[in-house]
Design a protein around this ligand. Structure first.
Ligand SMILES: [Zn+2]
Length: 40
């Protein structure tokens, strides 16, 4: 399985789902975080 955001390999059972996307835990935390540089 590959992260939908950063394309890193994710071990089975380590993937996280957020906003309908399967991502790695790092991206999951990133997407959960309200502090994002690119937001207007
Ligand atoms: Zn990722």
């Amino acid at each position: 399985m590959v992260c939908d955001r950063c394309r890193v390999e994710i071990d089975a059972g380590e993937e996280r789902e957020i906003h309908g996307r399967l991502v790695c835990e790092d991206c999951y935390m990133d997407l959960l975080s309200p502090t994002r540089n690119c937001d207007p």
